[in-house]
Design a binder for this molecule. Structure first.
Ligand code: ADP
Ligand code: ZN
Ligand code: MG
Length: 481
């Protein structure tokens, strides 16, 4: 058998930190960072005798996430203790949800590898608390515990094992990220660990119905690593099977540097966690009216924004889809558009240069350092003829390095477009003198020669000459010869 006789099966457990102001069971801030152990209190530090109180906003955000992913919201739900010991978990249990999660059986739509629409099932969404963080070797040997993150609310979105390739898994996770960003329940900053996934992978021979044994990689927080890890792990499992071996259900670790996976520990089963109902919290009962009200508050989702872009701004289907795939890009587009009024130009800059630079720098849209106003200003400066699009490209690059008012950028770099007739005519005459062959070509009917001459003039002025004026003046001056 060969590689192509197998198919890859992927299921994701996505953890998203909710952007509520306070933690799930106390009133400490959820804000990222801060000096270690400054966002804590006796409750999230697990002092004996403290009692948790469930933050209502956490339930509301989780219900929003459930509604936006087509889940059924449970009116009768509860919290459970998941018991395990780890130094970053001071209670030695995590308050989570076991058999009665808040949301059940949803689905989101993605494209499969052939570009066809495909549904990925969501088994459940439940709420739970995040653990603290261990800082290893910061002061010599040993580790230090930082409990700022302990008690930050999470939702865990458990997918069905419906994905059939690494790329499908990436598209599914991007879709979830986009939805959570749109409904504003999580900032989804992967670089800060706000969005991470446990990745389950198995393989099976095509045509069989049984799933193979899966391995699980915990806490992955970059799309690139997820794709590479799934591809590597599927290959590894196929090789094991082809060599007559057995894949064991274990937790494995992806090592980014070597590009390989390594075994970590045997897989725990649910009974290893000795789940039981959390005795310090009451059950969560939701009314139809409550669920209905949350539904009414859901903001505009990507699909309807896309339709608006098609009709209101007359953007293409593809451009509308690309822009609305990320709330950050979509907000950047709308913010800039509001100020400069040029939808096509803003869309073009976002989808060409800005997207290219994001790609090159391996950045996500939420890391764009400049504002919508600054982008709008670039478009206005082009529209007014102050800068050419060649210069605008440089301004955009500069905005990533040193975001500030584009007018200051072009002044400081001396990038203002030359639109002075006298100055342009000087350049035109100089280029004509140096290129008699092009002049002859043009007179002989080769209109393309003008393009070459304009190109030479742009080179001469380092992209600063106004190309429209150059074009016009070359024709004028040649006709005089
Ligand atoms: P646990 O919480 O112990 O990890 P679950 O049964 O809740 O276990 O499953 C976790 C994830 O594993 C789910 O996202 C599910 O889709 C995925 N999964 C289950 N079976 C497989 C399989 N054979 N191959 C790949 N993924 C799987
Ligand atoms: Zn606290
Ligand atoms: Mg798991």
């Amino acid at each position: 058998m060969s590689r192509s006789d197998y198919e890859t099966i992927v299921g994701l457990e996505i953890h998203a930190e909710l952007s509520t102001k306070t933690k799930i069971f106390c009133s400490c801030p959820t804000e990222f960072g801060g000096e270690p152990n400054t966002h804590c209190c006796p409750i999230c530090m697990a002092m004996p005798g403290t009692l948790p109180v469930l933050n209502e906003k956490v339930v509301e955000y989780a219900v929003k996430a459930g509604l936006a992913t087509g889940c059924t919201i449970s009116k009768d739900s509860k919290n459970d203790r998941k018991n395990y010991y780890y130094p970053d978990l001071p209670k030695s249990y995590q308050i989570s949800q076991f058999d009665k999660p808040l949301c059940n059986h949803g689905a989101v739509e993605i494209e499969d590898d052939e570009g066809n629409k495909k549904e990925i099932g969501i088994l459940r969404i439940h709420i739970e608390e995040d653990a603290g963080k261990l800082n290893h070797n910061e002061f010599g040997s040993g580790s230090l515990v930082d409990l700022n993150r302990a008690g930050v609310p999470l939702i865990e979105i458990v997918s069905e094992p419906d994905m059939r390739s690494a790329k499908e898994a990436e598209r599914y996770m991007r879709k979830i990220k986009s939805i959570l960003e749109y409904i504003e329940v999580s900032d989804c900053k992967m670089q800060e660990g706000s969005l991470r996934a446990d990745v389950n992978v198995s393989v099976r021979k095509k045509g069989t119905n049984e799933f193979g044994t899966r391995t699980e990689m915990k806490n992955m927080s970059s799309f690139r690593s997820i794709v590479r890890a799934i591809e590597y792990e599927a290959e590894r499992q196929i090789e094991v099977i082809e060599n007559g071996g057995t894949v064991y259900q274990t937790t494995i670790r992806w090592d980014e540097v070597s590009g390989k996976t390594f075994p970590m520990r045997d897989k725990e089963n649910a009974d290893d966690y000795r789940y039981f109902p959390e005795p310090d919290l009451v059950a969560i009962r939701l009314s139809d009216e409550y669920i209905e009200n949350v539904k009414k508050e859901l903001p505009e989702l990507p699909e309807s924004r896309k339709l608006r872009y098609l009709t209101e701004y007359e953007l293409s289907e593809k451009d509308s889809r690309l822009l609305t795939a990320s709330k950050y890009l979509s907000d950047l587009f709308e913010g800039a558009l509001k100020e400069c009024g040029n939808a096509k130009a803003v869309a073009n800059w976002i989808l060409s240069d800005i997207s290219r630079i994001l790609n090159e720098k391996e950045m996500e849209a939420d890391q764009i350092p400049f504002t919508a106003s600054q982008l709008a200003k670039v478009v206005e400066l082009i529209d007014k003829g102050t800068i050419s699009s060649a210069i605008a490209k440089k301004v955009i690059t500069e905005l990533f390095e040193n975001p500030q008012d584009p007018e200051i950028i072009i002044k400081e770099n001396g990038w203002i477009q030359i639109s002075d007739e006298g100055a342009i005519r000087d350049v035109v005459l100089k280029i004509l003198e140096a290129n008699p062959q092009s002049v002859a070509d043009y007179k002989g009917g080769k209109d393309r020669a003008i393009g070459f001459l304009v190109g030479q003039a742009m080179k001469e002025t380092k992209g600063k000459a106004n190309p429209g004026m150059l074009n016009k003046m070359f024709v004028e001056e040649i006709n005089k010869i």
